[in-house]
Design a protein around this ligand. Sequence first.
Ligand SMILES: NC(=O)C1=CN([C@@H]2O[C@H](COP(=O)(O)OP(=O)(O)OC[C@H]3O[C@@H](n4cnc5c(N)ncnc54)[C@H](OP(=O)(O)O)[C@@H]3O)[C@@H](O)[C@H]2O)[C@@H](O)CC1
Ligand SMILES: [K+]
Length: 509
Amino acid sequence: MKIISGEEMRELERMTEESLKIPASFLMERAGLAVVLALEQELGDLSGKSFLVLCGTGNNGGDGLVVARNLLDHTDMVSCVIVGEEERMTNLTRENLERLRLLGVDVKKFGVDIDLDGLAEMIKRSDVIVDALLGTGSRGEVRNPLSDIINLVNLYAGYVVSVDLPSGLECDTGRILGMAIKANLTVTFVLPKPCHVLFPGRELTGKLKVANIGIPRSLCESMNLKRSIITKSHVKRILPERKKDSHKKTFGTLLVIAGSRQYLGAPILTCLGALRIGCGYVRLLSCEEVGRLAVGREPGLVFTSIDGDSFSLKELDLALELAQESDAIVLGPGLTNREHVCEFVMNFLMQIDKPVLIDADGLNCISKNVDVLNSVRAPVIITPHPGEFARLVKQPTEQVKYNYLLAERFALDHNVIVVLKGATTIVTDGKNTYYNLVGNTSLAKAGSGDVLSGVIGGFLAQGVAPTEACVLGVYVHGLASEKYSMREGTMLVSELVDLIPYAVEEVAR
Ligand SMILES: NC(=O)C1=CN([C@@H]2O[C@H](COP(=O)(O)OP(=O)(O)OC[C@H]3O[C@@H](n4cnc5c(N)ncnc54)[C@H](OP(=O)(O)O)[C@@H]3O)[C@@H](O)[C@H]2O)[C@@H](O)CC1
Ligand SMILES: [K+]
């Protein structure tokens, strides 16, 4: 499913009006009605319930006024409070205010007819609060009195439905602009916005419903939106086929270059991830101790030993030779980022011509000189968590978290595919961007990223195109965590590996 930004939404509205002569007033009417229908779906009979509709002066507030009018079909217990000066109202909002007044609805002006204490009482007495204060037009930190009002709603409201987006969220980032509504339900229009899928916005959105408001699908499609949520039907289409007439090499050879005496477990998790998604031949190049453990856990692994405790230029020829025999490579988990390891990583990358996924210490090594990425002759995937990405782009972690614009820029500048990991994982090749919403907090555990590298690497080795291998990989990895039946967080990473088949099965079904 596509995602649309605030700017793109305005453009779509403009195109609808210009090319189809569908006016904004029509869209607003449909938007308001859609919210009431969504409330009916969620709460059942609305007749015994009381509603307080909080409206700003922009068109989000106009939607709220339409909600209020349509609620009157169900109940008389509808109150409305307008926040902001009437002179600043958009024309559509003013028209809808007039309609409500003609119907005899009690519309109060905040600061004139009611103060903060009075509003607190109204919020406490209402069953449902409709939040139509700020929508896609919100700019900068939320100003008072809106921030005080948002605070009251969060303190006292029973059930909150947000119109389009929870007021106080930045539409295109999901950041909280000082203070934001925590909604139980958000009804958005046409398509989800970035704030619904990126944290903290994703959490404040509550349940998300996407409503059609009369903008034809063909018009949306003509915009060629480049960002989307990964769905099951998308990944089902790219899951590689299992041809009956096959042998182990049919399903790809993956070379895993990982591990050191310090990190014995990471390479094993990567290899198991690859085997679990159906890779035919997984070869691990690592130190002796890692190999013994790895083959002990899974005798189907092919192991080649290096001489010492960690990689150095001595291993370069052997690694290049094995790379020649492979379809794809995973480089990084547990390598350490000591100088001689990084020397190996840099030289190896400059000489290979097979698709490569760089993770963990592989990324830490290249963060000293990211331009090496531009010299790799084959497709490159990088799978940083925000800390690793921060080191790559030399910015603070908080600024790079969920920063899809930065990930897109990096992907284009360095000709790589970025998998920026997080509670919402972002996959981008710079031209298209995908958000993975599947998975839970069980994945927030050391080793879970190593499994992901193996899963993506395994798909890559099977010939899945690099961006698609990432899309498929993050989805399957996330879904595997949802297959765990006990309390979130109690899952071991080795159990995650063993749940991958159930996730693949669900995707294939
Ligand atoms: N596009 C479409 O197709 C459709 C769009 N539709 C609806 O329109 C909505 C967008 O409406 P919009 O553009 O009028 O902006 P909106 O979100 O109401 O905010 C503007 C108001 O907020 C205020 N304000 C801003 N920042 C602030 C701050 N930090 N702190 C405090 N105040 C702040 C600003 O005040 P001002 O700066 O002008 O004083 C102004 O009053 C969209 O979300 C959807 O619900 C639907 O009808 C269906 C079709
Ligand atoms: K809102």
